[in-house]
Structures are given as structure tokens and as C-alpha cells.
Design a protein around this ligand. Structure first.
Ligand code: BGP
Length: 476
């Protein structure tokens, strides 16, 4: 008999405020970093109206309900709640999220709420962003307001979405604001500061005796040596340390292990940088590591590492033109293509083994973890729309392989409580715009109509039967 997903497994869909809401100027919302960035001269796209979730949320939650989706990741827009980032609360912002959360519950779609999904208030971004430690306290103040307003009903909270993407994309690859490249020391400092903000918000939540659970969402990229030489393995370890291990240690060990710090110091030394920490940070880490309820794991892809001695160089593929990416970091390694592994049009290797490896690795290296949710996984694809139909079989195949990896890890004892496909409906992609689609529901951006893709019917049948289904079984 085919392996079943656990009884209470969540088949969810993921979104993020900035990528779906639109309405960036409505009802008193203040500016965040991405508003200024997306509206810069020469920008190819912006966030209005995105998927118009601000107005269409009832329709989207009805669809989620009808397609047997029992969980949704949403995030809160900091500047909808606090237009200035601090100070006066905007009642319209609180009102919107109250209505949204209530509607989720009414439709039986449990909300998994992230406090920060990349959209830092503009003012703080301009004032040093996460390099400025003052932002840590501002974040905790904002978190308190959210916990007080929504904590009676929200049962899953995440402090941050993908701290690594904030650091890597903004300060190494240069495809997120502030578009800096190769600032390796800054990236590591930002990771640390974000871990402090995470720990303090989590500890605050735990002191408030609210009924829900709290964790963090990390993107865990698989790292594999392209050929098994000691030099390539070391490049793998270095890339893994900066991308994954450094922050997992903070969240689950409550400190950075000696081996982790050796790797981080090696990277810093080769890039003439230093890491600044305060003694209290580690007190907060230790307390949070004891209390963290779950890890949200986003997984899309893995990197194949080759030893590299040269200067840093990065070329981002943000148009979907296959084979155009370059990613080499000084003191770390080169991410090279593996001819045996297929890629998406955006050069992301499709490598479900990497997901399995990361799940096992959490269970092995951080045995105090309680539960893991796959908080994002999915395939960016240029969907063909024909007479209201979208046959996205490649997406179904991609997701199938990843769900197989999850089932394998579950069978071997890893506690995975749910899967949130990225994305519920088509959304704005941060650096790729609107032609890179991920949704179960197609969005016609001209009139905001939704069309269930073949994958939506497949996902529904799977969620009903709690087992993987061959794509051929879906009549569409
Ligand atoms: C994750 C983010 C999401 C989402 C996804 C897909 O890193 O948490 O917000 O955008 O990646 O990425 P992209 O849109 O760049 O393809």
C-alpha cells in the first residue's frame, strides 16, 4: 500500500504580504523598502496590484477551502500596522488583518503568520537596515503589537522569512535592495542581528502565554560537492556554514558551535571582515533555543560546489534565460552546474535529494527540534494559458518528487507536520516579476480572475486521500 501522509498533515499554500496584497497606497499603509525599490526608474514591474489579495482574500480563501487546502501562509505588512515602523498604530491595518485571519478560520484554512517577509519599513532600511542593531528593538516592539492583536487566534507564528535571502540577495548577489555585491562580512553580520531579533521576539511571545506555537522560516539550500575531492567538500562546508549552519546553530543550539565558527572565521578572514556580537545575544539565543516550537523550512534547490580561489563574481538569471547564472564567492567556493541534474528556466537545479538531506540533517544535528513544516516549495514556470486551462504537469512532477523526499524522511522518523506549496495563487516574484508563476491558481493580472491549474485539482485529490497521486489520474 502506498505510504500515507500523517492524519493531521497540513496541505497548505503559501503567500507573502508584499507579493500578493497590492494596495500599497491604501488605508494609511506606510512605505517599505520594496516600494522604493520596485518604483525606481527603469524597474520592470511593481507591487500594484499584484494578486490584489488585499481585496480578493475572500475569493482566495474560498478557493483554498474548495480545493481542500487546510493551511495558508500569510505575512503581516509591518507598515500597514505601523506606517512609520513605530509609534502610532494604524487601525485600518489591524482591521484588515483581523478580517483576514477570521476569514481563514471561518474557511477552515489555518493561518501560519510570518511577522517579517522581507518588507522592512523604508525608514529603517535607509538607516542601515539589519546592520543597525536599533532595528532589533523596533522589530520586537512591532512583534508585541501583533501578538497582542492577533495572538488569541493565530496558532502558528514565524518571526522571519528567510534571513539568508535578506543577507545573500541584498549583500552578495545584489538582486535585492540595497543591491550590494560580495559584502560577505555584512551578510554574516546581518544574519547574526536577525538571529538576535528572532530570539528576542520568540522569547517575548513565550512570556505572553498565548495559545499558539512559534518558530522561524529558513531557506535551507542543499550543498553538494560537484566531485568528491577534499577541496570541493571544504567549499561545500563553507557555503553550508554561511547559508544554513550558522543560523541553525543560533536557533537550535543557542550558540555557534566551534566548528561553525571556524568555518565562519575562515570566510571572514579571507574577506577582511569581522563579526560583532554582544554577550546578551547568547543569553537570548539559549533561552529561545529551548522554547522554539518548529522550524519552517523553505526548499527549492541545491548548489553544487567547486573549490574556488578567485575573486567574487555573480550573474543573476532574472529573466528565465537558461544557463546564464554565475555564482562564485571569494573565500567560499563556486556554485557550478551539474550536467546530470535538470534545472528550471531560472537555472535552479531540481534536486529533491537535497530536501531529503536537509530534513535528515536537522534531525541528526539538532535533535531538540520538535517539528518541521515545509513552509515553501514549488516550481517557477512560464505557464501556458489556453481557454481558461493551464496544464502545468512539469510543476506537478516537481512537487511530486519533493513530496516523495518528504515521505521518505517521515518514514525514517523525521517529524514533518505539513507542506505549504509556493504559492497558493500566482504572485509577484521579487526579482523576476510576473512571468515566473508558481501558483495552484492562475491569476489573470488584467482582471484578477483566478483559474485553477491542473496542479490545483491534483493537490486537492492528494489532500483528500492523503497520498501521492500519479498525474495521469487527474482529469483536466
Ligand atoms: C523564497 C521567498 C518567496 C518567494 C520564493 C520564490 O525565497 O520566500 O517570497 O518569492 O522564494 O522566489 P522567486 O520569486 O525569486 O522565484
Amino acid at each position: 500500500m502506498a505510504q500515507k501522509f500523517p492524519e493531521d498533515f497540513i496541505f497548505g499554500g503559501a503567500t507573502a504580504a508584499y507579493q500578493v496584497e497590492g494596495a500599497t497606497q491604501e488605508d494609511g499603509r506606510g512605505p517599505c523598502v520594496w516600494d522604493a525599490y520596485m518604483n525606481r526608474p527603469g524597474s520592470r514591474f511593481n507591487a500594484d496590484p499584484a494578486s490584489d489579495f488585499y481585496h480578493q482574500y475572500k475569493q482566495d480563501l474560498q478557493l483554498a477551502h474548495d480545493f481542500n487546502i487546510n493551511g495558508i501562509r500569510i505575512s503581516l505588512s509591518w507598515t500597514r500596522i505601523l506606517p512609520e515602523g513605530e509609534g502610532k498604530v494604524n487601525p485600518a491595518g489591524i482591521d484588515y488583518y483581523n478580517k483576514l485571519i477570521d476569514e481563514c478560520i471561518r474557511q477552515g484554512v489555518e493561518p501560519f503568520v510570518t511577522l517579517h517577509h522581507f518588507d522592512t519599513p523604508l525608514k529603517y532600511f535607509q538607516n542601515g537596515h539589519w546592520l543597525n542593531r536599533e532595528l532589533i528593538d523596533k522589530f520586537v516592539d512591532y512583534a508585541r503589537i501583533c501578538f497582542e492583536a492577533f495572538g488569541d487566534r493565530v496558532t502558528k507564528w514565524a518571526t522571519f522569512n528567510e534571513p539568508w535571502s535578506i543577507a545573500q540577495n541584498g549583500y552578495l548577489a545584489g538582486n535585492f535592495p540595497p543591491n550590494e555585491t560580495f559584502q560577505i562580512a555584512k551578510a554574516i553580520q546581518i544574519e547574526h542581528n536577525l538571529m538576535v531579533a528572532h530570539a528576542r521576539a520568540l522569547n517575548l511571545y513565550k512570556s505572553m502565554n498565548l495559545p499558539g506555537k512559534i518558530g522561524i522560516v529558513h531557506t535551507l539550500e542543499g550543498k553538494v560537492p560537484i566531485m568528491d575531492t577534499p577541496e570541493n567538500q571544504h567549499a561545500r562546508d563553507l557555503d553550508d556554514a554561511i547559508s544554513n549552519r550558522f543560523m541553525l546553530d543560533a536557533c537550535y543550539l543557542g550558540k555557534y558551535s566551534d566548528t561553525t565558527m571556524e568555518l565562519i572565521h575562515e570566510i571572514l578572514q579571507k574577506n577582511n571582515g569581522e563579526l560583532i556580537t554582544e554577550a546578551q545575544d547568547f543569553v537570548d539565543f539559549a533561552k529561545a533555543a529551548e522554547q522554539i516550537d518548529f522550524l519552517g523550512m523553505n526548499y527549492y534547490s541545491s548548489h553544487f560546489l567547486q573549490a574556488y580561489e578567485g575573486e567574487s563574481q555573480v550573474v543573476n538569471n532574472s529573466t528565465g534565460e537558461k544557463g546564464t547564472s554565475v555564482f562564485c564567492l571569494k573565500g567560499i567556493g563556486a556554485r557550478v552546474s551539474n550536467p546530470e541534474v535538470p534545472t528550471t528556466d531560472w537555472d535552479w537545479p531540481i534536486y529533491p535529494e537535497g530536501m531529503y538531506m536537509q530534513l535528515k540533517r536537522i534531525a541528526r544535528d539538532y535533535p531538540n527540534y520538535k517539528e518541521i513544516f515545509i513552509s515553501e516549495n514549488g516550481m517557477g514556470y512560464k505557464d501556458d494559458f489556453e481557454d481558461g486551462k493551464i496544464d502545468d504537469t512539469p510543476r506537478i512532477e516537481y512537487v511530486t518528487k519533493h513530496l516523495e523526499a518528504i515521505l521518505k524522511a517521515i518514514a525514517e522518523g523525521v517529524n514533518v507536520g505539513g507542506y505549504y506549496i509556493w504559492s497558493l495563487m500566482d504572485v509577484l516574484s521579487w526579482s523576476n516579476g510576473y512571468n515566473k508563476r508558481y501558483g495552484l491558481f492562475y491569476v489573470d493580472y488584467t482582471d484578477q480572475k483566478r483559474y485553477p491549474k491542473k496542479s490545483a485539482y491534483w493537490y486537492k485529490a492528494m489532500s483528500q486521500r492523503r497520498e501521492l497521486l500519479p498525474v495521469e489520474e487527474i482529469a483536466y
